[in-house]
Design a protein around this ligand. Structure first.
Ligand code: 3H9
Length: 692
């Protein structure tokens, strides 16, 4: 390596007797940027030609082996040398090359390790090929080398899911040769000596034979969650190529697929979301504020939401005090917690002793003063300002100084709640999404007075309980429910104008949403929307269009699935939505009463109208400072409202459409909505959406 290169390269060589450590030092995660690829290729080639060297060990500086390709490079043409060239050099090198893995070895990083002659890892190593989560497939032989070690069936499961494996499982599957507890460098050296100059190229191994039915079953299983995700299907095909063609041919085909997918909109959307998640925790005004310690948690209200929130903390090994007013409700709450774990044990996802360990951390109580020792309490009582204020007063009386009081409200004003306490700086919103133990999103609502260290603590708590935090300011419905509310009202207006619930739902699921708005409404309960509307009735502009069908349905006792009827019919508890002629008649009648001439809508018209609504509302709330950045809005819609991740969220999606089409959709939305429509500066917002 030339002197200049050695000084600037993120790859250096440490010589030790007849061995050499090639150290990858490219913080923060040793991604294989151009300089890393060039440095590694240079090192392997130079050391390969050096007769004094018997073996080469690749090792990461810091806590990571290699986290994979530098994702920021994917939006542009990739520059040479590329990873397959590096792996070819490792395979061609006349001496054994060992990967010494500590921490993550992911994507291209794991592919480099698989290109080596052996893999030695510490117990904290995490390996895997998460490419499909970025809308691509492995592009450096991963789909061909993994099945040669694990068989096709397992390789399909791993690569189509992008699942990351801990060292012990990877070792059991043959993906690692040795897991060490002591010094990694010493272990890698020992392993190199044991190889005594032998090469062990995975590419030369045969693919283990497996019954075709097992492969077909694995394919079917892997495709289950893959709706609309091209990369998953392509990844499975690539793995299956391992038995259909020679290694070199299959690897070349894999590479071509990787290159094609890398430039797809799906991949761009998923890259955008990857960086959006990391950006979301950069919150203005926190500065260097240190988090407060959180060693015990209280949850008030053991309903569906409260119980699931308790599970989140028990899963993170934090003790939880769960409060209810009466013994029956408390018992039901504890049973809810228990049943979550029971289901996991029954399906084999949890060992019975783990269930008992978690339940032992749960303290049910009927007494609010039992929360006096808690560092954080989350209130999840009935969604009513009066009820919540009463609880906040009580919490303020019993909780210790410095403890944080949070509300799980999904709409209400956190500042009003904070105002009834003597410690508004210690109050904030923690809005979980149902089911709280499953959904990743956590809206953190900062009130006017919320202290920076309280906010920092909430972000830390989110990480502890493995949630994705997005910070919002106080507004009716915060980020997600505010957009969802506007979207649903607009969908109801489309009903008056000519569509039926099933037309709207079909159009939105065809777009990729997990469920249509009316099916969601039936699931969550029309009475909840009705309650909100009644609360807001006094402040509604009487001249603005107001769709009345939902109110009528509620007046008839049709609250959705729980009453067997809502926007659809659900005879005898059926979960499938059945079209209801009575609802059609009600819609026709309400349109006629308002003198609206109904016309048909195409799926595309419905989609554009609904998406333009989301985008417009997002622009409004960004202008009001409710959300800090466009990508925060997209994260909320994708992770809390079933918006397809492969489309990146409404703002990302709109940013990729022709601008005149977006403007035309907004014009049409404004005209259809009429009086009171507020138009956001959508165009300016879309200009801020990062394209990677
Ligand atoms: C691939 O390899 C394709 C190949 O098959 C192609 C053929 C060669 N690129 O997550 P963190 C940044 S696809 C660029 O907060 P943690 C991240 O933005 C790739 N940057 O840390 C952040 O920057 P900032 C397959 C990356 O400790 C900082 O590093 N690999 C990349 O919680 C810290 O990240 C993957 O999908 C990257 N690849 O978690 C792995 N990765 O500080 C993706 C991270 O400016 N990465 N950054 O915000 C991860 O899963 C986690 O970052 C990791 C660390 C587990 C490594």
């Amino acid at each position: 390596m030339s002197q200049d290169r050695a000084q600037t390269s993120p790859v250096r060589i440490d010589r030790e007797q007849d061995g050499a450590f090639v150290v990858i030092d490219n913080p923060p995660v040793n991604a294989t940027s151009l300089e890393v690829r060039a440095g590694l290729l240079d090192a392997v080639t130079t050391l390969g030609a050096n007769n004094e060297i018997a073996a080469i060990v690749l090792i990461g500086a810091g806590k990571t082996f290699i986290a994979g390709a530098d994702i920021r490079e994917f939006g542009r043409p990739l520059r040479d040398p590329q990873v397959p060239e590096l792996i070819a050099a490792i395979e061609q090198c006349g001496k054994p090359v060992i990967a010494a893995i500590a921490g993550p070895a992911l994507g291209g990083g794991f592919e480099i390790a698989l290109g080596c002659d052996a893999r030695v890892a510490t117990a904290d190593a995490v390996v895997g090929l998460p490419e499909v989560t970025l809308g691509i497939i492995p592009g450096a032989g991963g789909t061909q080398r993994v099945p040669r070690l694990t068989g096709i069936v397992k390789a399909i499961e791993l690569i189509a899911s992008g699942r990351r494996l801990k060292a012990a499982e990877a070792k059991a599957l043959g993906l690692l040769d040795e897991v060490v507890t002591g010094d990694l460098r010493a272990a890698a050296t020992r392993h190199a000596r044991a190889l005594a100059g032998r090469k062990r190229r995975i590419s030369e191994l045969p693919v283990p034979a497996e019954p075709e039915e097992a492969i077909a079953r694995a394919t079917e299983e892997a495709m289950k969650g893959a709706r609309g995700r091209t990369a998953v299907k392509e990844a499975i095909e690539a793995v299956r190529d391992a038995t259909r063609m020679p290694f070199a041919e299959a690897a070349e085909k894999e590479r071509a697929t990787f290159q094609r997918l890398r430039q797809s909109e799906e991949a761009a959307a998923l890259r955008y979301l990857f960086f959006a998640e990391r950006e979301a925790v950069r919150v203005e005004g926190i500065g260097e504020a240190a988090s407060r310690p959180i060693a015990s948690v209280g949850v008030v209200g053991a309903g569906t939401m409260g119980a699931a929130i308790a599970v989140c903390f028990l899963d993170a090994s934090l003790p939880v005090v769960l409060i209810e007013r009466d013994p029956e409700s408390l018992d039901r709450g504890v049973e809810r917690v228990r049943s979550v774990y029971r289901r996991m044990v029954q399906s084999g996802r949890m060992a019975p002793h783990d269930m008992e360990r978690r339940l032992a951390q749960l303290t049910p109580s009927l007494s609010v003063p039992a929360l006096s020792g808690a560092d954080l309490v989350i209130e999840a009582v009935f969604e009513d300002m009066g009820v919540k204020q009463g609880m906040f007063r009580e919490l303020d009386r019993v909780m210790k100084q410095g403890a944080i009081i949070a509300s799980n409200t999904s709409y209400l004003d956190i500042d009003v709640l904070a105002g009834v306490t003597g410690r508004p700086t210690d109050v904030l919103g923690l809005h979980f999404f149902s089911p709280a133990n499953v959904m990743r999103l956590l809206e953190i609502v900062r009130g006017k007075a919320t202290a920076p260290d309280v906010l920092a603590t909430a972000l830390g708590v989110a990480r502890t309980i493995r949630k994705l935090p997005v910070v919002a300011r106080v507004a009716e419905g915060f980020i997600g429910n505010r957009i969802f509310f506007a979207y649903r009202i607009q969908c109801e207006l489309m009903l008056e104008e000519g569509a039926y619930p099933e037309d709207v739902d079909a159009a939105m699921t065809a777009f990729g949403l997990a469920m249509g708005p009316f099916a969601v409404n039936d699931l969550s309960g029309l009475d909840i929307s009705w309650h909100t509307r009644k609360r807001l009735a006094a402040t509604r502009d009487p001249k603005a269009r107001y769709p009345v069908v939902l109110d009528r349905l509620c007046e008839m006792g049709r609250y959705g699935q729980k009453t067997g009827a809502g926007w659809y019919r659900y005879p005898e508890g059926a979960r499938r939505c059945l079209t209801d002629p009575d609802v059609h008649a009600l819609i026709d009648k309400s349109a006629a009463e308002k003198g609206i001439a109904r016309h048909s809508f195409s799926a595309e018209q419905i989609q554009w109208r609904a998406l333009a609504t989301m985008v417009n509302e997002a622009a409004l709330l960004l202008a009001e400072g409710i959300a800090a950045r466009p990508s925060d809005v997209d994260l909320v819609l994708v992770n809390g409202y079933g918006f397809p991740a492969q489309k990146g969220g409404p703002l990302f999606w709109a940013s990729r459409r022709p601008r005149n089409q977006v403007t035309a959709a907004l014009d049409a939305l404004a005209a259809a909505t009429g009086h009171g429509f507020r138009r956001g500066n959508v165009e300016a917002v879309l200009d801020q959406v990062a394209q990677l």
